[in-house]
Design a protein around this ligand. Sequence first.
Ligand code: ADP
Ligand code: MG
Length: 402
Amino acid sequence: MVKLSIRDYEVGGKTVLLRVDYNLPMKPGPGPGAGEILDDRRIMATVPTLAYLVQNECRVVIVTHLGRPQGKRVDEFALDPVSTRLSQILAMPIVQLPGCRGPEVQAAISAMPPGSIAMLENIRFDPGEETNDPKLARDLAGLAGLYVNDAFGAAHRAHASTEGVAHHLPAIAGLLMERELSVLSSALEASERPFTAIVGGAKVSDKMAVLDRQAVLVDTLIIGGGMAATFLTAQGYTVGASKVEENRLDYARNLMAGEKPGAARVLVPTDVVVAAGFAEEATSRTVRVDEIPEGWLVLDIGPNTAAAYAQAVSESKTVLWNGPMGVFEWESFSHGTRRVAQAVADLDGIATTVIGGGSTADAVARLGLASKVSHVSTGGGATLEFIEGKELPGVAVLMDAE
Ligand code: ADP
Ligand code: MG
């Protein structure tokens, strides 16, 4: 169902609660540069929506989360650096509010002139956000006359600021949300075979949960990143000190057995890059998967695996990629990701290629290959779930276009 967007609605002069996904990668602390923004593409992606609302004399109240502060104030996740960066990008002042509700916030919003922007404090400082507390949803709705959701990357979660609030206000899509939905739907509708999904990265339990649905959708499922250790263990190999999801071993085994009708072929590493510890300068070497030393960690796929994965990618007509193949931020463990990224980029003009996830997008951008993929989605988990055909709660609550 196509959703109403800000272009289809009379937004002029309204006070707009705008949900964005400014969950930006920040340099972890302590140490020099801690808390620095490493990548502001998620801000850049919302500029068209902000510009449109400001031009239409709206009072824009931004709401976003940052990190996982778990319902309490955690200084390292306060939004000042984010509102400062947004202010630089838009070359206009942004009022950073001290909280998300209450009389002080209310008064500051009432005093905003038309065409101005304020930012609420990190919504995940409030314990009601992740529980989708109805009181928080109503309080947020009380701040504005219109709700606009541009946070595609957070739309797979039914939280107070992504779902609950939309029941109390007219709720429509921002331009980024609109674009994500239309590009991903057409990529999916047109999905030519062979269809290959590449899944890696770090959020292993989250991502394992979607694999069986992926496996019936695609022809080839490529496994890399942190979850490779679980698949290798399921095959009977020992993976040293790598983290294994013990309760997912049967699941991994079943996936690899491919017994379900329409099940994908699953590709798992045959060689890996292992390190003596989880550190950039750790001693590392490439080994076959039956030679992983005790106490070492799997931090990348090996060159033979990377070549096999690149080959599978090159034979595809549709590719969906979420999650790097290794700890690509560190040179010694970046080669697998680089090889796969190159194979995806080589399909430019030949196949439909969709990349999702903050780190995956970052990896592809660092390699200068972003312009060679069909679509770089701002979502990670949301992109995977959308491609599977699941209705995202943050999208479902938006008003349908006629
Ligand atoms: P995305 O942001 O693209 O959705 P994730 O957030 O799931 O991806 O994971 C990205 C992170 O996964 C990167 O920071 C990368 O270093 C890490 N990673 C990849 N492979 C491994 C591995 N084998 N062990 C530990 N971390 C890994
Ligand atoms: Mg990520």
